[in-house]
Design a protein around this ligand. Structure first.
Ligand SMILES: [Zn+2]
Length: 197
């Protein structure tokens, strides 16, 4: 597993991104990319809907919609999820979070039902397609600035406390000393970065 992650780092970011999306995500496992650049830290999180809200169907009930809204609100506060040493004096410059669905045509599904009832075979294909590729992911991007970036010696993953269905994050860290891949698990939610500086 480690070997595969290192290989992924050797290819260009665009290719790595494609590879990630071609493979179906594994429920319980998210991806976190962290890039140190001088005083700035850019962080990108991709996590299965199963990890964040416990379901991946399109939220239709008010309960499910509220769960998605609450999750997005939590994801928009990165320092509550990925806790950095106070001595690094980091603050959030930008944070954005959203739910991404592969069901691009989910929105006009009801129209589809009304207008094309006679095209039954077509409709059956459509349903099948949705069943097979109905995964959703939460995607968040953060930009932090730290007065003492070299003091970011570790990251504590409160993420696992906030999202009880999340089990693991595959973490890639890039700094001016190179790139490293880590697996951070619920059982030991700490990442030691002392080797990165
Ligand atoms: Zn899924």
């Amino acid at each position: 597993m480690k070997t595969l992650l290192f290989l992924a780092l050797a290819v260009s970011p665009a290719v790595a991104e494609e590879t990630r999306q071609v493979d179906a995500h594994e429920h319980g496992v998210g991806q976190l990319d962290i890039a140190f650049d001088d005083k700035q830290i850019a962080i990108e999180l991709h996590a299965p809907g199963a990890d964040i809200v416990g379901f991946e169907y399109a939220a239709e009930s008010s309960e499910d919609r509220a769960a998605v809204d609450a999750a997005v609100a939590k994801l928009a506060v990165p320092l509550d999820l990925f806790v950095l040493p106070a001595v690094a004096k980091c603050s959030v410059v930008q944070a954005s979070a959203a739910l991404e669905s592969e069901d691009a045509h989910e929105e006009d599904h009801s129209n589809h039902d009304k207008e094309h009832k006679d095209e039954h075979a077509d409709h059956a294909d459509h349903e099948k397609h949705e069943d097979e590729s109905g995964h959703t992911e939460f995607h968040a991007e953060y930009l932090l600035t730290c007065a003492e970036p070299a003091a970011v010696s570790e990251i504590k993953f409160a993420y696992f406390d906030v999202f009880p269905n999340a089990l693991e994050l595959e973490v890639q860290v890039v700094s001016n000393t190179g790139a490293n891949a880590f697996e951070v698990e619920r059982d030991n939610p700490m990442l030691d970065l002392r080797g990165m500086f």
